[in-house]
Write a protein that binds this ligand. Structure first.
Ligand code: MOS
Length: 744
């Protein structure tokens, strides 16, 4: 091994191919003779289909098939529990009955020769319903909270109820307290690339070119749905144009594309419209949370209560880590957290970048800010006084924790000392300005993964893993890992990702790819090196012939006897000599003992400065800085890009993103990018990400903690706290709106 690729700000190895349009995304895998499918969605929020008259539509130009619950194939829908499926409930059985469970649920599918023909026919299809009134608002008296079943299992990271000490008693006795409830909007993922699947059957074998963050799961799910063997399904997804979690699950459109292709007996392409991406492909659940904090007069926390409820569908219990962070972020002897679900007449939510943590930490960090004012203590100083020595929720040490270092670094870069602590005290001409801060945390997940490495006679090394790359730069960072492990230049590493017949990887989400897949590639490189060495040792023509395995070593991609200064042998020489490539496959998973002994999380401190127009109520983020302790940084350029991208998501969460449902039928009324607002360049201004030097010997062999999620976590509370500092208005509803800061 030589260390020159890891840690370097390498440009993306796939950057040129991406900007020149050379890479292909799911919808671009056009197949010869393909037809087009368009989904018809329910226009009522709950009820029953009473009639679908497809006679006229079937005769429209180019129409090949009109498929509904009456003529769709009966699907097996065998149980398949992937790492992403909610473990309680059953996924939507698409086109299997006349029931409408939520607005936009697919009720029919039109297949035609061209997209235009399919769209025209889909628009002409008349569906009649017996409709009821759906329950879609958490405040609806008909909405009843339930205990999330999967969160009652011992050992689950997400716990429905967790407590230590007597939080309620401590609150009652506290010298200083805050007690506040916040309401965070439903959000929809809006990646540039829409969901898309091209499906083609060849006899009993199905190929899906499909946008997926988890191709091996899509393979297993579709095999289970169609009742065929998993090896008969191949899922291909080499590139993703952003996803943020929405492509972690296999949504109904994938099944529909496969149904259509079978019915039409030709390949079929199905691309969701932007509007349809608000119906059946998940969302960040709306949450309502209460955080109560009690403290001594000098700012030591004595009691902490965090109660949160998130929405889910009627047919599945989607859970996320809404209240988890509150049990370990700060030192406090009395803590009680409670997590509940509210089943509504809606599609099942899905993880959206920093799922649970982003929402839960908002509630906690706004309450901490509020407490700092109640105490008259600087918000950073308040966190310092409550910095824990260990994870008090799990009663074990952190593998590493750099939160205070993040605050120190961030405060210095941000210029926190220039802040006048009094609300409404800072101005820039007529604009109010404010500075806010918040902590961030996200678990360092390391799931089992495997990888294959092939050394070729031309010097190229092929690396294969089923993992996806939704944009963080997985091709590049994994190339760096392989290059360093083998001591080769990055140009010689050829990485291939996103095929279900490659060695399996965990979901490309949860900030676990660098740790999980990186460690697997590392292990496969070590295995390939050992194979190559053994071959050379047994080869009479080799300079190391006859040496013991521990008598040789690899250096800069060359094998030599220890202490020998000869040029040594290259992989390609060994491969050429043997006349066949060397191939090694290996797996990696977290050491169970390490997981038992340590609490492993990344931490961060996020600083935001806002300006608020006192007359118009408009809010703008002027600049923000995130400082992160996330273990080893494999590629500073990509890490910065990841983090500033996550911060943009936080701006959206704080100030813009909200899916509004019509209470009459549950229809998302702003299901398009004109009314569903996401930050654009003018909303973003200056963002900086900094990394503290953090060496974690426990977390995984690469020492990495992952960066995708944590970058979104503290941003919204930092902005809300800055808005309070600027205006004196404590807004507990996201996104923060003009009327929230203008109202008296
Ligand atoms: Mo992300 S929600 O882990 O895709």
């Amino acid at each position: 091994m030589s260390a020159n690729a890891i840690g370097r700000p390498l440009v993306r190895v796939d950057g040129r191919a991406k900007v020149t349009g050379a890479v292909r995304y799911a919808a671009e895998f056009n197949q010869k003779g393909q037809a087009y499918a368009v989904i018809v969605g329910a226009t009522v929020g709950i009820g029953r289909i009473t009639e679908i008259d497809s006679t006229a539509v079937s005769r429209m130009p180019g129409v090949i098939a009109v498929i509904d619950h009456l003529n769709a194939p009966r699907l097996a829908y065998r149980e398949h529990r992937g790492a992403i499926d909610p473990s309680v409930g059953e996924r939507l059985h698409v086109l299997q009955d006349d029931q409408v469970r939520f607005y936009g649920q697919p009720v029919a599918l039109v297949v035609a020769d061209t997209l235009d023909q399919a769209e025209r026919a889909a628009a002409a299809l008349r569906v009649t319903y017996a409709a009821g009134r759906p329950v879609v608002d958490p405040s609806d008296p008909k909405a009843q909270a339930v205990i999330p079943q999967a969160a009652t299992r011992p050992g689950s990271r997400i716990q429905a109820d967790k407590s230590r000490g007597d939080a309620d008693g401590a609150l009652a006795r506290a010298a200083v307290k805050v007690d506040a409830t916040c309401d965070l909007a439903r959000e929809n993922h809006n990646p540039m690339e829409p969901h898309a699947t091209v499906a083609a059957w060849n006899g009993d074998r199905l190929t899906l070119w499909s946008k997926s963050q988890f191709v091996v799961n899509e393979q297993a799910e579709i095999a289970a749905i169609f009742g065929i063997a998993a090896e008969n399904v191949q899922v291909i997804c080499p590139f993703i144009g952003g996803a943020f979690g929405t492509s972690l699950r296999t949504w109904p459109h994938v099944t529909l594309a496969a149904i259509a292709a079978r019915q039409a007996a030709r390949p079929v392409k199905l691309v969701l419209t932007r509007k349809q991406m608000f119906f059946t492909t998940g969302h960040r659940p709306r949450s309502v949370q209460r955080v109560a904090l009690g403290a001594t007069a000098d700012g030591k926390l004595t009691g902490l209560i965090h109660e949160g409820t998130g929405e889910t569908s009627r047919y599945e219990q989607f859970i996320e880590a809404l209240t988890s962070v509150s049990s370990f972020m700060y030192s406090c002897p009395n803590v009680r957290t409670r997590y509940r679900l509210l089943p509504l007449d809606t599609g099942t939510p899905i993880y959206m970048r920093a799922p649970g943590e982003a929402s839960g930490v908002f509630a906690l960090e706004c309450a901490m800010d509020e407490l700092s004012y109640a105490l008259g203590i600087d918000p950073i100083e308040l966190r310092r006084r409550n910095e824990p020595q260990i994870d008090e929720g799990e009663n074990k040490p952190f593998s590493s924790r750099s939160l205070m270092k993040c605050y120190d670094l961030g405060a210095e870069r941000f210029g926190w000392s220039r802040r006048d602590p009094r609300p409404r005290s800072m101005r820039d001409r007529r604009l109010l300005t404010g500075m806010g801060v918040a902590s961030a945390s996200y678990p360092a997940i390391h799931s089992p993964s495997s990888a294959r490495v092939r050394l070729l006679a031309n010097g190229i090394v092929e690396v294969e893993v089923a993992a996806s790359d939704m944009g963080p730069g997985t091709y590049t960072s994994m190339t760096q890992v392989a290059a360093d492990m083998l001591g080769l230049p990055v140009e010689q590493i050829h990485l291939a990702l996103g095929r279900s017949d490659f060695p399996p990887a965990p979901p490309h989400g949860g900030s676990q790819t660098m740790a999980s897949v990186g460690s697997a590639i590392r292990a496969a490189c070590i295995a390939a090196q050992e194979q190559a060495a053994r071959r050379a040792l047994a080869d009479r023509r080799s300079a190391v012939f006859g040496a013991p395995l521990d008598g040789v070593q690899w250096n800069e991609g060359r094998l030599r006897r220890r202490g020998d200064a000869s040029p040594g042998e290259r992989y390609r020489d060994i491969v050429a000599s043997a006349g066949q490539p060397i191939e090694a496959r290996a797996s990696s998973q977290r050491d169970a003992e390490v997981a038992r002994r340590y609490s492993m999380h990344a931490f961060g401190a996020v600083f935001a400065e806002v300006e608020v127009d006192p007359d118009l109520g408009t809010i703008r983020v002027r600049r923000a800085i995130g400082a992160y302790g996330a273990g080893r940084i494999v590629n500073p350029r990509l890490a910065t890009s990841q983090c500033t991208g996550g911060m943009v998501g936080g701006i959206g969460m704080a100030l813009m993103e909200r899916t509004v449902l019509d209470p009459r039928d549950g229809r998302p009324v702003n299901a398009h990018l004109a009314d569903y607002l996401v930050p654009v360049n003018l909303d973003v201004a200056r963002l900086e990400a900094h990394f503290v030097d953090e060496q974690d010997p426990h977390v995984n062999p690469l020492g990495v903690k992952g960066l995708g999620e944590i970058a979104l976590v503290g941003m919204a509370p930092a902005i809300a706290n800055a808005v309070f500092h600027a205006t004196g208005k404590r807004v507990r509803r996201l996104p923060i709106r003009i009327e929230d800061v203008l109202s008296p």
